[in-house]
Design a protein around this ligand. Structure first.
Ligand SMILES: [Zn+2]
Length: 304
């Protein structure tokens, strides 16, 4: 069998970890570890065609996807917890930053637009007004541009933006879907201003639960999650493009993830909602799933 090249660093020093049949496709997918950069990646790439309207309704490989509700009324979803948490983390990063003018925030992979809408409602972060832009493709990206008036940019338009345009770039549960994860991170590194923050979330394949479950870990959905990271691999990817990894402490994001995964278990979810008010429970779940262990990144001022 031909050895596949690593999706992140291109190395041919990769090792077959195992195989899994897709959730919605009878295809057998193989999972490979890169011994150079630590990425776990999936072959073959199932293609972007499966991100269709059925996928957005949760009828594809990820039953937790519900773009319609999120687009129509994000306030009705538990995602508002995550959105507020991201806003808090951005505010903490910007605190003490005395530069005048608006905070420019790009949501890379803006999906159904919940974060953009939340931020537009907030209007400001760290007492500075927000200027928003989003990047995505597909029917919801068109709606966000045409109906909601957001500035939604394609890859070519992003490439035409001046270097250092953005103070904050968010990339929430996006990178695992991308077959060539280095390219967007390189583009984001160029778009961030020195001192700017990349807020990135993705599953942690080295968390205690993943280590125990191996390829049965719930995040291993080979049709859609093709580039799987652990903290070291993600940190290495950042450094490749001149970004410095930084660890932030998530709180309500952890609550949101726990509740989301209990979406189809209403009884448990009810109990979880009460338990998740306890900071110690949140810390325990954070440890088990390694949420805060996954680094975000800052663009060093020295590379200006
Ligand atoms: Zn690699």
């Amino acid at each position: 069998m031909k050895v596949p090249a690593c999706r992140a660093c291109g190395s041919l020093r990769t090792r077959l970890r195992g195989t899994r049949v897709g959730r919605t496709r009878p295809t057998e997918f193989s999972f490979h570890d890169c011994t150079d950069c630590g990425l776990l990646f999936v072959e073959p790439f199932a293609g972007f065609e499966l991100y269709d309207d059925a996928y957005y309704r949760g009828q594809g490989p990820d039953p937790f996807v519900d773009y319609e509700t999120e687009y129509r009324d994000w306030r009705a979803t538990d995602r508002r917890l995550e959105l507020a948490d991201l806003h808090r983390l951005a505010a903490e990063h910007l605190r003490g930053d005395a530069r005048p003018g608006p905070v420019r925030w790009l949501d890379f992979g803006c999906g159904a637009g919940a974060l953009l809408k939340y931020l537009r409602d907030q209007g400001a972060v760290a007492n500075r007004p927000l200027e928003l832009a989003g990047h995505d493709v597909g029917s919801y990206a068109n709606l966000l541009r045409d109906r909601d008036g957001f500035r939604i940019l394609g890859l070519e338009q992003l490439a035409a933006e001046a270097p250092g345009t953005y103070d904050i770039v968010s990339m929430i549960e996006v990178i695992e879907h991308l077959p060539a994860p280095l390219l967007p991170i390189r583009a984001i590194a160029r778009l961030l201003r020195p001192g700017g923050l990349l807020l990135l979330t993705t599953g942690n394949l080295d968390c205690p639960v993943a280590r125990r479950q191996g390829l049965d870990f719930g995040y291993c959905v080979p049709e859609i999650h093709v580039s799987l990271f652990n903290p070291a691999a993600l940190g290495r990817l950042y450094r490749t493009v001149g970004l410095e990894p930084v660890n932030l402490r998530y709180r309500d994001t952890v609550r949101f993830k726990a509740l989301k995964n209990l979406r189809f278990r209403p009884g448990l979810r009810f109990a979880a909602r009460a338990l998740l008010t306890l900071p110690l429970v949140v810390r325990l779940i954070d440890h088990l799933y390694g949420v805060s262990a996954m680094p975000c990144a800052v663009k060093p001022a020295a590379t200006a």
